[in-house]
Design a protein around this ligand. Sequence first.
Ligand code: NDP
Ligand code: 8X3
Length: 251
Amino acid sequence: MNIALVTGASSGFGTAICRKLIADGYKVIGAARREDKLQSLAKELGDNFLPLQLDITKNDAIETILLQLPKNFQPIDILINNAGLALGLDPAYEANYADWEVMINTNITGLVHLTRLILPSMVERNSGYVINIGSTAGTYPYKGSNVYGASKAFVKQFSANLRTDLLGKQIKVTNIEPGLCGGTEFSTVRFHGDDKKAAAVYQDSVFITPEDIANTISWLVNTPPHLNINSLEIMPISQAPAGLTVVKEPK
Ligand code: NDP
Ligand code: 8X3
């Protein structure tokens, strides 16, 4: 296995994963919408990195883009479904419905479509690895997580079901479920560019770094053939699922 496709390569986890896999000797296709970010990563990472401008929500275009990949970047051995986002933190009864649609189209529809396109070639070769980036939000509810958390719960169950469909084949599936992670654009995107609000999320806390996720993936892709890590929940030492909340009645 030596060719990886990493979605969401222009920032955060995706950039760190591309850097780590290139350092480990893989050929890496880095996909995202922002061409300028991909181009500067390409300058840094050299010829084993292929920048691929792609909007994961544009279903009609993706198959053609994949078919047009240069021969030396095919077939894809490792698919890292990392592109994703949260938009807003409002309660369900006040949330912006358009934000919900973007999250569903990106975190769910885009991810399953790309996976569906790439899986047959893995099955044909009886070799491959699908790594999905879920979230602790897919397991633990928190206020304002509504559709974001639900989209990651989808990714969690989709990963488990993929594994079941692929049972008996030499194709691995892992769902990585990170908790609070800083050093990415995640919260800036969630708060629609409000850097102050985004910074407050990480203030006075320790958090997972993108390099932690990249190192985890570097380990996963080197696990021996007889092992499949089904899921990995990762939190910073500062975070834990700390119990249920009770609302007190007003006096
Ligand atoms: P970033 O915002 O830094 O990165 C998100 C990446 O997704 C960007 O490269 C962005 O690229 C790409 N992306 C978004 N929409 C699309 C699209 N329509 N088509 C193609 N690419 C797209 O966030 P993170 O690195 O933190 O997040 C990466 C993943 O990890 C996400 O799935 C997120 O939900 C998950 N996660 C993050 C955690 C955190 O605390 N940071 C914790 C748990 C999970 P571009 O805008 O150029 O298209
Ligand atoms: C990102 C982690 O807790 O902000 O998935 O949802 S959280």
